[in-house]
Design a protein around this ligand. Sequence first.
Ligand SMILES: Nc1ncnc2c1ncn2[C@@H]1O[C@H](COP(=O)(O)OP(=O)(O)OP(=O)(O)O)[C@@H](O)[C@H]1O
Ligand SMILES: [Mg+2]
Length: 242
Amino acid sequence: MGKNIIEVEHLSMAYDDKPVLWDAHIGIVENSRTAIIGPNGAGKTTLLKGILNIHPKLSGEVYIMGKSIRDVKREIAYIPQSNSVNWNFPARVIDVVLMGRYVHLGWIKRPKKRDYEIAEESLEKINMLEYKDRQISQLSEGQKQRVFIARAIAQKAAIYFMDEPLAGVDKKTEKVIMNFLKEIQREGGTSIVVHHDLNTIGEYFDHLVILNKSVVAQGKVSEVYNRENLERASMVVGDGID
Ligand SMILES: Nc1ncnc2c1ncn2[C@@H]1O[C@H](COP(=O)(O)OP(=O)(O)OP(=O)(O)O)[C@@H](O)[C@H]1O
Ligand SMILES: [Mg+2]
């Protein structure tokens, strides 16, 4: 480990000219499991939107594998924060997971047998195969979240961005998702995950970015996860830290 797969330089983000993230310099280490933490409104989701070019930058540059996001799109999977998604569009579970395959389809854009197999395997991994023909609007919150994870698994990306993937899922699903992060790492991939449970940082992640409208600290969990940095980010200090 050591080389950065993502370089964020001087990134500032704003809504209606009101800055919410200021002059961020961030290096995401290749093959890491990186958590992004910070209080509500710290700019975590906005940082992901800046890196992924979903919301325009006020200023700054982002390089992914040394390139612009446009040139690496198919290498990137993004699982948005669940409450930001409109789940009422008509689609079956299997169709949503197949969307993960679209970046790999040729110009005919029709999923092949292999794509269906991968989509079903992905649902199986997350214990959702029995729901494959269900309309997504008819799922519980935790089940919807699992469908999104399955879509990302099906994409077989090099870099995974997840925005609070554990929100609303039960302990068993939490384990499945965290095992998936380990699998990504074993296979050479990188994950960047907005996370809110301070008690599990050390167990689930090896690198950390602490945000509060600007970067408070970043580095190995063992080096930057401490009371001083959490206090600097105005984060509530739990029992698990000294
Ligand atoms: N679409 C928007 N329009 C205007 N302001 C926004 C918009 N989205 C976010 N903001 C503001 O930008 C700031 C950062 O929001 P962001 O969603 O990035 O925070 P966050 O760290 O992801 O918070 P949370 O933990 O609640 O998800 C907040 O003050 C928020 O109110
Ligand atoms: Mg957020």
